[in-house]
Design a binder for this molecule. Structure first.
Ligand code: HEC
Ligand code: HEC
Length: 235
């Protein structure tokens, strides 16, 4: 009580900044909603959903990704994709404690009984995929929405676009096949074909098939062959 009285007096004195006007140094911010809003919401959406990047509040995602995965990704980013590294140890701005606060806050979005008794496929691939088999799995599980060859259909857009594949990791493709993007009506692993969940091996195979279409030189409109022709083969 005494302290309050003193401070009211302080903030009234001329030229003295009000008590609550002190700026919190960025590395002292520990409040999850502030940390999330300032660092993640721009891509992953307000409250973990509705952004350009996948929803982190998706209960299926939180059922397959453990804290270590979320912490590692937030700290180190995903090289070669738009997901930045946030830990100071990786060139970012956040302390390890702030990363931990983010992980705890994201975890608090989980809905433990969201999957009831369904067992989701493991987060990480257990075996290498086979792109030949993946083409078959694609036709079975994905073509009804993404079109016969992946270039888009009535219900969903292209997932073989070179600019898309160049910037997305295989893990992210796997994550999306398992967890879906409910905010965009993209189904989870149980709902590509009614009553027929896609198996972990089929997921690895379909990711291998997508990955095999990733361009070697993203953003290059001309193949090396046509460049050579244009320059008379001098390069
Ligand atoms: C500039 C946009 C951007 C910002 C900002 C961003 N992310 Fe991401 N994030 C992405 C993209 C894109 C991916 C998918 C990367 C890939 O292809 O693997 C991703 C992936 C992730 C994943 C892994 C998903 C998986 O497959 O397991 C986690 C966890 C994550 N972000 C957490 C965060 C957190 C926490 C923050 C804030 C501290 C954040 N992100 C800020 C764009 C962003
Ligand atoms: C019932 C329709 C449907 C089926 C089946 C389906 N998807 Fe999708 N998928 C969507 C929709 C809708 C979106 C989001 C909007 C869009 O991309 O057009 C989407 C988005 C995606 C994305 C991009 C997400 C992003 O971050 O932009 C990937 C990758 C994807 N689907 C892969 C697959 C794969 C692989 C399969 C098969 C295993 C599959 N989908 C089956 C409807 C479907």
């Amino acid at each position: 009580m005494f302290a309050v009285t003193v401070c009211v007096a302080c903030s009234n004195s001329a030229g003295r900044p009000a008590q609550d006007s002190a700026v919190i140094p960025p590395d002292h911010i520990m409040d999850f909603s502030v940390l999330y809003a300032q660092n993640c919401a721009g891509c992953h959406g307000v409250e973990g959903s509705g952004g350009a990047a996948m929803s982190l509040a998706n209960p299926t995602y939180l059922a397959i990704a453990n804290d270590a995965v979320i912490r590692h990704t937030a700290a180190n980013g995903v090289p070669g994709t738009p997901m930045p590294a946030f830990a100071q140890s990786a060139g970012g701005m956040l302390t390890d404690k702030q990363i931990d606060a983010l992980v705890r806050g994201i975890r608090s979005w989980a809905k433990p009984d969201a999957l009831r008794d369904a067992t989701p496929p493991p987060y990480a691939a257990q075996s290498a995929g086979d792109s030949q088999r993946g083409a078959d799995a694609y036709r079975t599980y994905c073509s009804s929405c993404h079109g016969a060859d992946g270039r888009g259909g009535i219900k969903a857009s292209s997932i073989v676009d070179g600019s898309y594949l160049a910037l997305v990791s295989n893990q992210q493709l796997r994550t999306i096949v398992i967890a879906g993007r409910p905010e965009l009506d993209a189904p989870d692993w149980r709902n590509d074909v009614e009553g027929r969940p896609i198996s972990p091996q089929d997921i690895s195979d379909v990711v291998a098939w997508l990955s095999s279409q990733r361009p070697k030189f993203p953003g290059q409109p001309y193949s090396t062959a046509s460049t050579n022709a244009a320059t008379g083969g001098s390069r």
